[in-house]
Design a protein around this ligand. Structure first.
Ligand SMILES: N=C(N)NCCCC[C@H](N)C(=O)O
Ligand SMILES: O=C(O)CCC(=O)C(=O)O
Ligand SMILES: [Fe+2]
Length: 333
């Protein structure tokens, strides 16, 4: 359950990564200490920073730099990869085309999903069937992002081993049927700085409205020097998550909340860019298998006094419902 946290903890995960393929990792004191910190952060805030995560700082910077270059292009160039139903909701969306709780967001973005081939998940997968849309400019965009996705997938799996230990005592609960074939989502997001183009009020326009993330774990790689991401604590205060160079902001999604039977929260967060500069964020979402049915883990039911606090969900259904709500249908032809 979320608390009245006032800041987001920073966790050095190097000891976990060093041992995460060791069958005896659960007995390692360094691993246990990281797991203790992750567990506390997940219970108290649902958010934490990870440092010493092994992804080179140069790559974290490079993905943000190519994202800036893309968003700097003329609109006619950007709409060459315009989001469409035919591409399974993959591609570029202009400012205010993404909607949160009915209100258009002050961000532009490119959405990527793990590719879904025709018939792969039957009716469940239909909406998201399609291939990703890569811009030809900047050059190397796809190559850089492919590498980034690969490393974020590995890192997320390893952090999930720590979370699995924290919840169940075994590192492997999120492999196999649950998340052994993980789905992923990536959003490359740009938030215009103030003053905003044709906006009514130059300040406090919402870059991304309050929401929770959908899957297991999110890795946020945000521009240095602009504080814009805010996390809601139990009393409803918005707590900033300022950029800490070289780290990811890591947070829990709706599926992990269900597995944890509510012991962990998928915490509400939003983005307001009040700086004069354009802000970029690369959000990578690590998810369960697309067609898995998610329900509370037995150990978590026991720990929460044998009451089932969370309903079950099919991850793919949850995702499709969210995606269809994020866009006004007429915008997507
Ligand atoms: N794949 C994820 N988690 N994307 C998060 C986007 C949040 C905003 C979206 N309009 C919404 O209302 O959910
Ligand atoms: O821009 C950010 O810092 C966070 C974006 C976010 O919450 C999301 O895309 O789900
Ligand atoms: Fe989010």
């Amino acid at each position: 359950m979320a608390t009245d946290f006032k800041s987001i903890p920073i966790i050095d995960i190097s000891a976990l990564l060093a041992k995460c393929n060791d069958p005896k990792m659960a007995e390692d004191p360094g691993v246990s200490e990281v797991v203790r910190q992750i567990n506390q952060a997940c219970r108290e805030a649902g958010f934490f920073y990870v440092k010493s995560h092994g992804i080179p700082d140069s790559l974290l910077k490079e993905v943000k730099s190519v994202a800036h270059k893309f968003f700097d292009l003329l609109n006619e160039e950007k709409v060459k990869i315009k989001i469409s139903q035919a591409a399974g909701y993959r591609g570029y969306q202009r400012i205010r085309e993404n909607v949160t709780k009915g209100i258009p967001d002050m961000h532009e973005a490119i959405d990527y999903y793990r590719e879904v081939k025709e018939g792969m998940y039957g009716d469940l997968g239909k909406t998201l069937e399609g291939i990703n849309q890569w811009p030809s400019n900047p050059q190397n965009f796809k190559e850089i992002m492919d590498e980034y996705i690969r490393l974020c997938t590995d890192l997320s799996r390893n952090i999930m081993r720590g979370i699995s230990l924290a919840l169940t005592g075994s590192p492997e609960e999120f492999e196999g049927e649950r998340a052994g074939d993980p789905f992923w989502v990536m959003r490359i997001i740009g938030y215009p700085g103030a003053p905003k183009p044709d906006g009514p009020d130059p300040t406090d326009e919402i870059g991304c409205g309050a929401h929770t993330d959908y899957g297991l774990l999110t890795l946020i790689n945000q521009d240095d020097d602009i504080t814009a991401l805010q996390i809601r604590n139990l009393s409803g205060e918005w707590i900033s998550a300022p950029p800490i160079p070289g780290t990811f902001v890591c947070n829990i999604g709706d599926m992990l909340k269900i597995y944890a039977n509510g012991l962990y929260e998928s915490t509400l967060h939003r983005v307001i860019n009040n700086s004069p500069r354009f802000r970029v964020c690369i959000a990578y979402f690590y998810e369960t298998n697309f067609d898995t049915t998610v329900e509370p883990l037995e150990t978590c039911i026991q720990r929460t006094g044998f009451a089932r606090n969370s309903e079950r969900a099919v991850y793919g259904e949850h995702l499709v419902k969210k995606v269809l709500n994020n866009f006004i249908p007429e915008l997507l032809i």
